[in-house]
Design a binder for this molecule. Structure first.
Ligand code: ZN
Length: 471
């Protein structure tokens, strides 16, 4: 392949074609099904699928089949199947991204907003720009660049789902449904991640899993005057605190349930140490803290392991508690909490969820009732060792396209599909990468995509696909 021409092609495509279409994608409020119970009626997920389908169809890639796959009651999937160029590569490369988005949330800066695409200082602002709308554009542009400039690629199947931000609940069914059609997957390229700076290509070597559940502690049918009832009836919040103490040491944040803990592999401990030694502040400074606030521990390698490997609990929602301005002196009937655990990459999420439930409902103090609402269990991912051909391709891509060697890191977040794919295709190589970096603000206000970096990631994907076809 003509590497200079591939690089130029990608840049030109990003400016003339990708950016205008991706800006249109930002304007569509396609929040993930979890955040829009009426998603089927509102039609925004169908709209983003159609938007990207239309753009890909207009590329007129020879032999490419584009299909919207729909299973009843499940969020739709866009599937693009591009036949291999000339060579004899018998494996499929699966390229993955998602088109559903996090909710808009408030607090966007002046002149910016979730559904208003704005290009400012080389970044495209708006919800879904970097997480993860650009992914399909990057994958298709990489394929086009190879075809236009003497590159090779294996059969490529691009899979863009619309349920990732809800924990990808529909993907196992789609994977089973597509089954044979996907062929023998030898390479997975996931474009829903990123790295610690914009100076190089980053690979994500592990992702934590996720366990989320909703629990209600009930002590009364209706609220009572707290002067009359307190001292007789225990406060539901106090019981909830005691139940949480079974799950987590509130002094240290250590999660106490064995099913949520694993022994961290030696190579990952070493990776965390070398990663923070090479780039001090990479983990510690990734989150801005208010004056006076300290991190959980001082040692940065431990912070990395805390974030990439160890289980953590975040209480992400509550109910049964009035807004402070409406709060009277009442012994409330119940407290509902939404508990969100990030679990180690190699922990079993279903076992973890079962264990958490069991801990919460055994011997509840004072015989209070414990009820469970919706729950979610998403698998983590621990990457297999990198094959030599891939190692060489990543070396070339990172030094030639970015000017620096590539690096690996873990990620505290979750992409449940990666673990599922790793289970189904244990011999596949994984390139989990993407355009997320400092200031991307995924999931929070002012989400933005670094356009220059996204173009470089696109070119890097072309390098990897070419190397896979020629290996
Ligand atoms: Zn994402």
């Amino acid at each position: 392949m003509d590497r200079t021409a591939v690089n130029d092609f990608v840049r030109q495509q990003w400016d003339s074609s990708v950016l205008p279409s991706l800006s249109g994608l930002v304007a569509i409020p396609a929040v993930s099904p979890t955040f829009d119970a009426e998603w089927e009626a509102s039609g925004h997920l169908d709209a983003v699928i159609e938007h990207v389908r239309g753009w890909i169809a207009a590329r007129e890639i020879a032999g490419a089949e584009i299909e919207v796959v729909r299973l009843p009651g499940r969020s739709p999937l866009l599937l693009v199947d591009v036949p291999a160029t000339g060579g004899a590569c018998s494996e499929t490369a699966l390229l993955y991204g998602h088109l559903d988005k996090q909710p808009p949330v408030g607090g966007w800066s002046e002149g910016l907003g979730p559904w208003t695409p704005v290009v400012r200082d080389g970044r495209l602002y708006g919800r879904g720009a970097v997480d993860d709308g650009y992914s399909g554009y990057a994958a298709v542009t990489a394929i086009e660049a190879l075809r236009a400039h003497g590159g090779e690629h294996p059969r490529c199947v691009l899979l863009l789902e619309t349920g990732e931000e809800s924990g990808s609940p529909d993907l196992p069914a789609y994977l089973a449904h597509l089954g044979e059609r996907l062929g023998r997957i030898g390479l997975v390229v996931c474009l829903d991640s990123g790295g610690g700076d914009y100076e190089r290509l980053w690979l994500t070597t592990s992702l934590r899993g996720l366990v989320q559940l909703n629990v209600t502690v009930r002590v009364l049918e209706t609220g009572q005057h707290s002067g009359a009832a307190s001292g007789l009836v225990p406060d539901s919040f106090r019981i909830a605190r005691r139940l949480l103490d079974r799950l987590e040491d509130s002094a240290t944040g250590e999660v106490l349930i064995p099913e949520l803990n694993v022994r961290i592999p030696e190579n990952r401990v070493a990776e965390a140490r070398s990663c923070v030694a090479a780039a001090p502040g990479l983990v510690r400074d990734s989150i801005e803290l208010p004056e006076g606030m300290r991190t959980v521990v001082d040692d940065e390698a431990e912070l990395a392991l805390n974030n990439w490997w160890r289980p953590t609990l975040s209480v992400i929602g509550a109910e049964g508690l009035p807004h402070p301005s409406d709060a009277g002196n009442v012994l409330r009937p119940y407290t509902t909490l939404d508990l969100s655990f990030r679990i180690p990459p190699t922990a079993d999420p279903d076992e973890a969820l079962r264990a958490v439930r069991a801990a919460l409902e055994a011997d509840v103090p004072y015989g209070a009732s414990v009820e469970f609402g919706r729950s979610e269990a998403g698998q983590g991912f621990n990457a297999p060792d990198t094959a030599e051909w891939l190692n060489d391709a990543l070396d070339a891509a990172s030094t030639e396209v970015f000017g620096n060697g590539w690096r690996t890191m873990g990620l505290g977040g979750s992409i449940p599909f990666m673990g599922l794919l790793h289970d189904n295709y244990p011999d596949a190589q994984f390139v989990v990468t993407g355009a997320l970096g400092p200031g991307s603000n995924a999931h929070v206000p002012d989400e933005s995509l670094d356009l220059d970096y996204a173009a470089r990631v696109t070119t890097a994907v072309a390098y990897v696909l070419d190397a896979h076809a020629r290996r």
